[in-house]
Design a protein around this ligand. Structure first.
Ligand code: SF4
Ligand code: SF4
Length: 381
């Protein structure tokens, strides 16, 4: 593998899309403590993008990381995201701003963000891939890759069109591997067929594999009891993803020092899952399938990259619906009524324009799920 990939010291990367927050700002003290701990333990990979926390993630990295540590102490990945350019001439100024926001002179890794059929033509039309190569020649990017949110055939097309792409970032976790809507097993195989190192995102599926429903949790509790261990649900998910050949990095979107300590504890000296652990995860998948939870990862693309005309808080409503139907939480009704829809649109206000579904990386039938939410939370009022 290339020298820069060898500079990745550990298999776990710090995904900076769900940083600790306080009063709508990043909690810098907590974040600094997390950055310090992460580096102290020998990890060095940080991943951000401009839409993460509406630009606050990049700024927080400047304040907590790049202004406090020498440049060779960390590897930083950022991304070119589709809503921030309309024409070729927009790309360089946006990129230069990203360098400034992050407080660096170059990015170690720069990705064409969230590539899918809906936006790929625009990246090509604006020569985004070519501009990234020019920036690489100028020393402002060390490695160009892409993050991917579509089906395997689309990835095959992109990597055939652009063999210069050096690595691929995909969503890959033990639930999505068997989810036909995400197609992640074939996406992984396609990246490997093209000889690309793979970075994994969403190994705990936006947190939903970290806090399991009761029956699924019992499966892992039993395994822990039999083995005298206390491994968290997240640890099984991250170790699952990290155990595949060609995976050079697994990103975890850590939101607290406590979560980070858990992640570091099992990724410092990584060992892949053994057969018994893999078997337990297959049982967990079966439990999940029986529960019919909506597999939303709370990435928020549907409301941040798309402007919902009714300002419906889609991922929050799905979390509320899951909470009510999967976890049987009766407070969900109150939360839906008094918090989620007090100042925002209700599920039943959806005009079915479809804008949200066009950008959803999980390809969820959002309108259909909103109908179910409206039926559950609104009809009996
Ligand atoms: S389909 Fe409904 S939820 Fe989606 S963007 Fe349109 S109005 Fe909003
Ligand atoms: S509905 Fe789709 S786009 Fe919206 S937060 Fe969930 S996974 Fe992301």
């Amino acid at each position: 593998m290339d020298a820069t990939f060898q500079e990745i010291r550990k298999l776990l990367g710090f995904g900076c899309m769900r940083l600790p927050m306080k009063d709508a700002q990043v909690d810098l003290e907590e974040f600094k403590a997390m950055v310090d701990r992460f580096l102290e333990e020998g990890f060095n990979y940080f991943d951000t993008a401009h839409p993460y926390l509406k630009g606050l993630s990049e700024l927080a990295l400047r304040d907590a990381l790049t202004s406090r540590y020498p440049r060779n102490a960390y590897l930083l990945a950022d991304k070119l995201t589709e809503p921030y350019f309309e024409k070729e001439e927009d790309i360089r100024p946006f990129f230069e701003q990203q360098l400034q926001w992050c407080g660096v002179d170059y990015f170690d890794f720069y990705l064409m963000h969230a590539q899918m059929e809906n936006n790929y033509a625009k990246f090509n039309r604006c020569h985004a891939y070519e501009i990234a190569q020019e920036l690489k020649k100028e020393g402002k990017i060390r490695h160009v890759g892409l993050s991917f949110h579509d089906r395997a055939a689309m990835l095959d097309t992109i990597l055939t069109d652009h063999p210069e792409v050096e690595f691929v970032q995909i969503q890959f976790n033990y639930m999505d591997v068997t989810n036909p809507a995400v197609d992640s097993r074939r996406v992984y195989e396609t990246a490997r067929k093209h000889g690309k190192p793979v970075i994994v995102m969403e190994p705990v599926k936006g947190g939903s594999l970290a806090v399991l429903p009761e029956r699924a949790r019992q499966v892992l509790d039993r395994l822990n009891r039999e083995r005298g261990s206390e491994h968290s649900a997240a640890s099984y998910a991250i170790r699952y993803a990290a155990g595949f050949e060609g995976i050079c990095m697994v990103l975890s979107g850590m939101s607290s020092l406590q979560q980070m300590k858990d992640n570091l504890s099992f990724m410092k000296d990584f060992s892949p899952l053994d057969d018994e652990e893999k078997k337990a995860l297959s049982e967990v998948v079966k439990v999940f399938h029986g529960l019919n939870a909506i597999p939303c990862t709370a990435c928020r693309y549907c409301i941040e990259e798309n402007h919902c005309p009714k300002e419906i808080l889609i991922p929050d409503i799905f979390a509320c619906l899951n909470s009510r139907t999967v976890f049987k939480n009766q407070n969900a009704d109150f939360y839906y009524r008094e918090v989620l829809t007090d100042h925002n649109g209700k599920a039943g206000d959806c005009i079915r324009c479809g804008g949200c579904e066009r950008v959803c990386p999980q390809h969820l039938p959002i309108r259909q799920h909103l109908e179910a939410a409206a039926a559950l939370f609104e009809e009996k009022k």
